[in-house]
Ligand binder design. Sequence first.
Ligand SMILES: [Zn+2]
Length: 181
Amino acid sequence: MSDSEVVKCGAPRCGEEIDDNYANYSNILEVQICEGCYQSDTEHASAITKFSPDGSVERVILGDLVAIGEYGDPVDASSWKREWRASSAWRGHYDTTFVSGWTEVEEDLLLWGERTEGQDLGVKIQTACEEGTLPCEVSVIADPTSNLFAQGISFWVRDADAMTFAVWVKGDAAYAGATSR
Ligand SMILES: [Zn+2]
């Protein structure tokens, strides 16, 4: 006697048969998926980190199949759009954007062992968050690329905070940039 049933993994191009007691759930596709697909999806996922002025930090792991919080809890993925942009058969990068309400203020490519402007900005945001001096919420999206040693990174603020953030980063130069157009 067993109350388990065999289901097919619902991930694209898989279809492996799994015991439904051991199936994982894809909260993006709303189907049962196998352990292998779950592992692979979370390993190649994008990471979204939201820093708040009150010092709190929220993390979301966003894959093609699952969107989960820091403790594995399912998260509604409808705030973001995530696409693979291929530059050849084997190369490319993921590009994750907010669907609405947030503006991209900076982007960069992070390379292992190299110091970049994006890295400096990330440190500035993290430090200000810890110290409680961050002027507005900032979301940092890290997207994997086909290069194991490179990661795309983009910085986002709510639409209404774009100028506040620019002034915080660039000081009065932000105003000069805004009025010279
Ligand atoms: Zn599968």
